[in-house]
Design a protein around this ligand. Structure first.
Ligand SMILES: Cc1ncc(COP(=O)(O)O)c(C=O)c1O
Length: 308
């Protein structure tokens, strides 16, 4: 059986066995880091999260992540209980307690907190939000950058914003999990999801781009996560003079693309090897490589600017 890869494969790091986790202001060993079974996140998936990366002591694109996080929390009346300086201080406290400096991945999670009864109504959450920060030593494996990821088109679609807006990075990711299961059943690593009209939209965990005749295409953005990396890639293409289009396109154009890649904070840009068993292009990926290099340079500039 072919081994399944995920877009979040990281090198094993023994230091992660003893990390300290931030739980509502306390820093506790991962074995003792617990939230209540009455927590809104556990009961209902009622919470928001962000995946951030630390490069060379800098929380990369912190403001972009906080824009999305605070906007989402506001939209679902989830009181963060602190401002973005407070979140930054909590991140830093976690980082310092773990003596972490670079190649760190962080999952910052905020739920509506502990409920007085195990039911849905938000008013049952009365003791304030639960904030958990997991920071792990995390270096993405190089393997995927050579071989690329295998996608399968899945029946699970991205919904309309009035059902569950895909822009919510919510604890409830069941839509994405179902898509991922369907991809796994099809023998692929990740699911390629369509929008309600049948246009290619995104994958279950990353944003999706194709390259055709030197131009970069991605979905309109209407049904996918407003990925921080997605936007950085769009901005970089504009700055580098690479034609970039946010437009509707179908599987016809995706499968016959010259190159395809995924974007996300963890993996930056991950090449796509095949869709539904069909190889994408010849395996040469000059535009993807150019964008990967430009993104690396952007991170370096960002770090330098933050440290200045
Ligand atoms: C469904 C989905 N798409 C895309 C992304 C990538 O977003 P970003 O580039 O902000 O990491 C994520 C990350 O949380 C996600 O959950």
């Amino acid at each position: 059986m072919t081994q399944t890869h995920t877009t979040h494969d990281a090198l094993e790091d023994p230091r992660n066995a003893d990390i300290l986790i931030y739980v509502n202001g306390d820093l506790v060993h991962r074995d003792d880091a617990k939230v209540s079974v009455y927590d809104s996140g556990f009961l209902l998936g009622d919470g928001m999260w962000e995946g951030l990366r630390l490069y060379d002591g800098v929380w990369s694109f912190f403001d972009d992540h906080m824009d999305r996080f605070f906007d989402s929390c506001k939209a679902v009346s989830l009181d963060v209980g602190m401002d973005r300086a407070g979140i930054f201080a909590a991140l830093e406290a976690t980082r310092k307690a773990n003596d972490m400096h670079t190649d760190v991945h962080c999952r910052l999670m905020l739920t509506r907190g502990v409920k007085v009864k195990p039911f849905q109504h938000p008013s049952l959450s009365r003791s304030g939000p639960t904030l958990v920060i997991i920071c792990e030593h995390s270096k993405p494996v190089d393997r995927l950058h050579g071989t690329g990821i295998r996608l399968a088109t899945v029946p699970q679609v991205r919904g309309l914003p009035m059902s569950q807006d895909a822009k919510y990075n919510s604890h409830s990711k069941l839509n994405c999990v179902i898509a991922c299961l369907q991809a796994e059943q099809a023998g692929a690593d990740e699911g390629l999801m369509l929008d309600p009209h049948g246009f290619v939209n995104t994958t279950n965990a990353c944003n999706f781009f194709i390259v055709r005749k030197g131009a970069v295409w991605t979905s309109t953005g209407d049904y996918c996560m407003n990925g921080v990396t997605r936007q950085k890639v769009i901005d970089l293409c504009r700055a580098e003079g690479i034609p970039i289009f946010e437009k509707n396109f179908s599987l016809y154009e995706a499968v016959s693309a010259d190159e395809a890649f995924l974007t996300g904070t963890f993996g930056a840009q991950t090449p796509v090897a095949e869709i539904d068993g069909k190889a994408i292009g010849t395996g040469d990926r000059p535009v993807t490589a150019r964008i990967q290099a430009a993104y690396k340079a952007l991170i370096a500039r960002h770090i330098a600017a933050q440290k200045a």
